[in-house]
Design a protein around this ligand. Structure first.
Ligand code: SF4
Length: 477
């Protein structure tokens, strides 16, 4: 960093030649990629990563602004950091800052600055300003008005720091969303759909492979709409085209698709998964409800019948496929009958995994002014019932996998347990599904892909044994 020596104001100049930051990520995996990207820009601007909040000059809380509970969690983080470190600088970044900066400037004096997610390349500037100026927001060379990437930050997001477990990385293929579901504030926070061109995404995947990544989790608000904003008259790329492009990459790795709106599910991707086993038969499809009346009010085009048809088609095309969904309960106007229809859908769909969420009334969304509000207690009870039923379904679906020959991505050794590791199978997405408990006679390296056999279920986890060599070394299959 010699090129741009800096001076500090208000801090212990003698001790510090280079400012340091500590970033605390909150929210969804799309926000995690933003956190990783901001770290790349700060590192590229000559900032150091503080080992912990206490040793850093500034704490950056990368917040979530999606629903009330998540907003409160991010605000509580700022308040507790302020309590722990009365003099330290705190920058509130992320969706909450993007959505409410003007209000928060009035009401959250505990934060020294607010930085939305419209242009992450300016994070060093914002951190510099929050630290009280007098030191560089970007290398001297950079002209003032150009949001030029600071030196040291490669054009390739595949070089960014990764906060995922070893061997896995989220690849954000698009930002924003045009679906405008009635309950959702994302379009107001993240803006309209903005897809990344296929060559950009391929370059990122290539770089991640060079770094030893074995699993790409493709993410966006709705992968089903990927590319609709790139090109006109049908010459725009789409998700199948992107997967075809990724299938041209050499080597053995996994590709997992997360968040495909059921009304936009591109069926051709099933053929690609059948042809190229590196594309996992795993689909995260947020069905949200089973009552046609409520789905219509949510501004969704499908219904229980079409959604069950999609589930059947996925399973007929890809036997052994794993499907995850989310269910939203307590939406305005939801009656006991509507909720019963959701439970019937849940029972018939028999999905591997599903999370249930209670509706959060979000200003600026179409549902905000809708009549027939469901009491929070009722919504919470419906969430509890849906989760309870899903746990039993997931256990049944996992039990059916005992005896399966598959592959496992090793993530970490279990502390103090010789020969026992944690990892994931193709039917288990990071952080949200059950885990694979791996027994091995030999030492395993985190981030490796190995052949495995499922020999038992333990709750929602699966116990697997592995004997063979690292499958990533084997020729492409
Ligand atoms: S698909 Fe619907 S729920 Fe998902 S981000 Fe877009 S508007 Fe929100």
């Amino acid at each position: 960093m010699a090129a741009t020596a800096w001076s500090f104001s208000g801090l212990n100049k003698q001790a510090k030649a280079v400012p340091s930051y500590y970033l605390d990520p909150f929210g969804c995996v799309k926000n995690q990629v933003d956190a990783e990207t901001m770290m790349a820009f700060l590192d590229g601007s000559g900032w150091e990563r503080g080992g912990n909040a206490g040793s850093a000059d500034i704490i950056i809380v990368n917040s979530c602004g999606f629903i009330d509970a998540a907003k409160q969690e991010s605000i509580n983080a700022v308040l507790s950091y302020r309590k722990m470190y009365p003099r330290k600088k705190i920058l509130l970044a992320g969706c909450l800052a993007q959505r409410y900066a003007p209000e928060l400037r009035e009401s959250l004096a505990e934060a020294d600055g607010f930085f939305g997610n419209a242009d992450l390349s300016r994070i060093a500037e914002a951190a510099a300003a929050a630290l009280g100026g007098g030191f560089p927001a970007r290398p001297a060379a950079a002209p003032d008005n150009a949001p030029e990437k600071p030196r040291g930050v490669s054009e390739n997001p595949g070089d960014r720091p990764l906060l995922s477990m070893p061997g896995s990385a989220y690849v954000k293929i698009s930002e924003g969303c045009d679906n405008c579901c009635a309950f959702c504030a994302i379009p107001a926070i993240r803006g309209p759909l903005c897809s990344r061109p296929i060559p950009d995404i391929l370059a990122e995947c290539r770089r991640l492979l060079e770094r030893g990544v074995k699993e790409f989790c493709l993410i966006g608000q709705d992968l089903g709409c990927y590319g609709r904003d790139l090109g006109r008259g049908g010459d725009n790329p789409d998700l199948p085209a992107l997967l075809e492009a990724i299938s041209s990459l050499e080597g053995h790795f996994w590709v997992r698709t997360l968040y495909i709106h059921p009304d936009n599910f591109p069926l051709p991707i099933l053929g690609i998964c059948r042809r190229d086993k590196r594309f996992l038969p795993y689909f995260d499809v947020p069905f949200q409800h089973g009552s046609s009346r409520i789905l219509k009010a949510m501004r969704r085009r499908g219904n229980a019948e079409t959604y069950l048809g999609l589930v059947r088609h996925i399973r007929e095309t890809l036997p052994g496929a794993a499907i995850r969904a989310t269910f939203l309960v307590g939406f305005p106007g939801e009656t006991d009958d509507d909720f019963r229809e959701l439970l019937e859908f849940q029972e018939k769909a028999e999905l591997e995994w599903a999370g249930a969420f209670a509706y959060s009334r979000e200003e600026g969304t179409p549902a905000y002014t809708m009549k027939g509000r469901v009491p929070k207690k009722t919504a919470a009870e419906r969430k509890r019932i849906a989760e309870e039923r899903q746990a039993a379904i997931s256990e049944r679906r996992m039990e059916a996998r005992v005896g399966e020959e598959t592959e496992v991505l090793v993530e970490e050794q279990i502390d103090g347990e010789e020969g026992l590791y944690l990892g994931r199978l193709p039917c288990q997405a990071p952080e949200i599904d059950g885990a694979a408990v791996i027994s091995s006679m030999r030492e395993l390296s985190p981030g490796s892909l190995l052949p495995a056999r499922v020999f038992a279920r333990a709750g929602l986890d699966l116990e697997v044994a592995t004997a063979g060599p690292d499958t990533a070394q084997s020729p492409r299959r």
